[in-house]
Design a protein. Structure first.
Length: 396
């Protein structure tokens, strides 16, 4: 039985793009691993460097694995694989992620024997791997192809859309989403929202606007699900809003809700993950999120990514509040009737999230304001990115 999936194919056929598409569409899971990136100098490809998935947004020195000299002669740097590469793979096994990414394995690793040893150790572990294999014949790559726990898909321009669907479904099976891990059925979620949670969204939307004193700009609802909070906030403000979620099924229902609210021109769905938000730096004025925080296993990475997209002076309002203590009490009663374990499971998630020292977690960010608010109505993390001039809105 294979536990590891690799993509191979000709140059520029879209192997890494396919991998990124799969990762962006996965429900919230913990992903570790590495990717290789191109380095350009004077508009010419001059090298490749190794990046740790857990540090993609950090400004770290480039760890080159290969450099081009004299225009067309490539020199490999196996020391990078045997130091940083080994460290990344060791951390993958220690961190116990849901999925390990290796994008890509090629011929620069030919002399990196220690790195090769650790690659095989990862492939032999119970943690599934999704990766890219360069379409080259080397002893190292051939040994990977021959493994009984490895399945290789060859991608072409003609079949890559079909391959995406097949690989995506196989990855879902490998990470156990068929058993319900962090997976939420969109139709069931929407039914529960309409029957139980619907009253909280208008209340929370108004609280966000009152608390932040913001009325317009670009708003991003992270982990938006079927879009209710972002839609309610847009109704009572001049914001243009993006609903970000990693589930296409959720966003399809969100699009129906957008149309029903008559907000097609102002509210848009956005498929992606909080760990890799598909928006430019400093492009969002307000980030909101209700309930998603409890499912972010890499909270530091998620909050740093939110900080990245915030414009100077922009604010984030993130947590799991219910609008009021009375609404919370009613929802708890209704949900407990639906699921006898709901109260216990919710308490566990809340305790794990509320016990985090957010001041320590976010100490390296340049914030004008940071508050963790805990009340009977729930918990909210409110932060504001510094701006060059002026004072923080929230602290006035």
């Amino acid at each position: 039985m294979h536990n590891n999936i690799f993509v191979t194919g000709d140059l520029h056929v879209g192997k890494s793009t396919l991998i990124q598409r799969v990762l962006s569409n996965l429900p919230l899971i913990k992903i570790l691993g590495f990717k290789t990136s191109r380095f350009f100098q004077n508009k010419k490809l001059a090298g490749f460097y190794l990046e740790d998935f857990s540090r993609l947004r950090q400004d770290t020195p480039k760890a080159f694995i290969g450099r081009c000299v004299n225009d067309n002669y490539w020199v490999s740097i196996p020391e990078t694989f045997d130091t940083l590469g080994v460290e990344i793979l060791q951390n993958c096994l220690k961190g116990k992620p849901d999925l390990i990414v290796m994008d890509e394995l090629g011929f620069f690793e030919n002399d990196a024997k220690l790195f090769q040893k650790h690659v095989f150790a990862v492939l032999a572990s119970p943690i599934p791997v999704l990766g890219v294999l360069k379409k080259k014949r080397t002893p190292f790559l051939d040994q990977i192809r021959k493994r009984s726990d490895v399945k290789v898909f060859e991608v072409t321009r003609e079949n890559r859309d079909r391959m995406y669907e097949q690989i995506y479904e196989e990855v879902l099976q490998l990470i156990g989403l068929g058993k319900g891990k962090n997976y939420i059925d969109a139709a069931s979620y929407e039914k529960t929202v309409k029957e139980v949670f619907a009253p909280v969204y208008p209340v929370i939307a108004k609280q966000i606007l009152d608390r932040t004193k913001m009325k317009s700009g670009i708003c991003l609802d992270v982990g938006a699900g079927t879009g209710h909070l972002g839609i309610e906030l847009t109704k009572i403000s001049d914001f243009n809003t993006y609903l970000l979620d990693c589930s296409q099924d959720m966003l399809l229902i969100a699009e129906q809700n957008i149309e029903r609210a008559g907000l097609q021109g102002r509210v848009h769905t956005l498929l992606g993950s909080v760990y890799r938000i598909p928006l430019n730096n400093e492009s969002v004025d307000l980030v909101i999120s209700r309930g998603s925080l409890y499912f972010w296993e890499q909270k530091k990475l998620a909050l740093h990514e939110i900080y990245r997209v915030l414009a100077p002076g922009g604010m984030a309002y993130i947590g799991g509040g219910f609008g009021s203590a009375e609404l919370k009490r009613k929802i708890y009663l209704q949900m407990q009737q639906k699921d006898q374990n709901w109260r216990k499971n919710m308490a566990q998630k809340i305790n794990q999230t509320n016990n985090i020292n957010y001041l320590e977690l976010l100490k390296d960010l340049d914030l004008a304001y940071l508050e963790v608010s805990n009340s009977e109505a729930g918990m909210w993390l409110i932060m504001q990115k510094k701006q060059e001039f002026g004072v923080g809105t929230a602290s006035n």
